[in-house]
Write a protein that binds this ligand. Sequence first.
Ligand SMILES: Nc1ncnc2c1ncn2[C@@H]1O[C@H](COP(=O)(O)OP(=O)(O)O)[C@@H](O)[C@H]1O
Ligand code: SF4
Ligand SMILES: [Mg+2]
Length: 355
Amino acid sequence: MTTMAKPALHTEPIAAASGKLLSVSDLHVHFPRNKSGWFQAPEVVRAVDGVTFDIARGTTLAVVGESGSGKTTTALAVMRLSPITAGHIQLGDTNLGALEGEALRKARARLQIIFQDPFSSLNPRERAGATVRAPLDLMQVGTPAQRIERVAELFNAVGLRPEQQHLFPHQFSGGQRQRINIARALATNPELVVCDEPVSALDIAIRAQILNLLARLQRELGLTYLFISHDMAVVEHICDDIAVMYLGQIVERAPRKAFFASPLHPYSVALMSAVPTVHGGRKHAAQRIKLSGDPPSPINPPAGCRFAGRCPVAEPACVSELPPLREIASDHWVRCRRVDLVDGRPHAPLAMPAA
Ligand SMILES: Nc1ncnc2c1ncn2[C@@H]1O[C@H](COP(=O)(O)OP(=O)(O)O)[C@@H](O)[C@H]1O
Ligand code: SF4
Ligand SMILES: [Mg+2]
């Protein structure tokens, strides 16, 4: 039995805490799908198709993109809850992608996930306290008495009263239910918390409370977040770095300030133009860059730039060649052949509409 880890604040010096916690390189997750015809080869859904990123300890990487771009599949692969077709996932000193059996079971305490829907992720017949306690029982953390104490601490930490442990999910509001999910995710003292659209199902008024809670817990516990959202406005204030996904690939990756000051990929610019609260974004609906059509299918994706069919500034060569993800400025990566340096500064081929 492992001894109970103290929920105390992390006290590592800043220098030691600043290294990478998670490194994902060239991750592929492909799902074979049988075709209806007898002799036809199975199709392959290329849900994640060569994704690379790092997250420094104690920081947040936001992954943003439309529905179907591969965000959840990336998250599930990092959690080792989805098969990995190819690529490398490193968590601190551990080659997470290669772990199996007991070693993987032990490593699971280091990573936890919070899902979008605070309703369906809770068992309606289980009391809130038992839900939060379950990972401690599963991982056999501490003595039974210590686990009871830990659950009460966790309720306090997420802004619930310890006596609310005895209630069932339907007796809580949506925001409170997401607090229970957060408490459960924190139970094993994880290093990495994957947040998959954690506020998308909540009322606007409640979203800020949950985002503030996540930010406070990150500061107090030194947590590292992989924060997934389809909504630029949600991630603008909470991330340190941002990665924009389109059809299974990252099309732009940058520190938050550099990205929001000047998004470079035409898809990023289009996403930003739809966000009224982002500086330089649209003030009037007429200013929004409207993309035609839906993203193409991840089954047999286009050979060239995957955004070419919808890109307002595409040129003929875009269709034939997949652009690499290049570092156009310090730590600012973009997958577009038309992003150039003009007078030493990166220049976006599609301008943000004037506000
Ligand atoms: N288990 C699966 N089998 C087949 N296709 C899948 C599976 N999971 C996801 N997909 C497909 O992979 C693509 C990416 O899905 P997902 O990662 O859920 O995107 P997002 O979270 O960005 O909305 C979608 O086209 C989806 O239909
Ligand atoms: S490579 Fe071409 S099609 Fe793709 S985003 Fe850049 S300009 Fe648009
Ligand atoms: Mg998703």
